[in-house]
Design a protein around this ligand. Sequence first.
Ligand code: MN3
Length: 200
Amino acid sequence: MAFDLPELPYSYDALAPYMSAETLEFHHDKHHMAYVNNGNKLLEGSGLEGKSLEEVVVGSYGKNAGLFNNAGQHYNHIHFWNWMAKNGGGKKMPGNLEKAITSDLGGFDKMRADFMNAGATQFGSGWCWLAVKDGKIEVMKTPNGESPLVHGAKPILGCDVWEHSYYIDYRNARPKYLEAFVDNMVNWEYVAKMYEEATS
Ligand code: MN3
């Protein structure tokens, strides 16, 4: 099915001062839009028309780089907008998720440090993740438009560490952006919902 650009689930200034309206305008209206438009052109004649977005991402990986890059980024960004919320972040989260983070990742503080480290050490463009693999949450990082989907895991939280996601607000200070993401922006309700879906 053709790709569509979803509306942001909040106003452009909802995440300020941690992520500015200018960043969201460029990131959503220009970058995500380009993945949608290019993905739709490359989907035509690919043999993957009529498949779900997840099936296009997995089906094009390692076979059709152009389509994979755009479909992968479309998938990642659909969730990225929902992985953030006004007054988000910090330790307060649904109990089921908190329990899993404690048992699988050694608690909130260790998860926070490991997640931020994954994002800071992803060389060049990419993403850092919490993903469910074999029923347990793991911290992962991937280059470019890849996601845990193509590594046999289900993403439940991802942070975009491409420079377009933070350069306007943080310049080169990627660790400061990652800190603001975890402490002030994460929508833990949405993460908990994806965790439930990944483990049910
Ligand atoms: Mn991006």
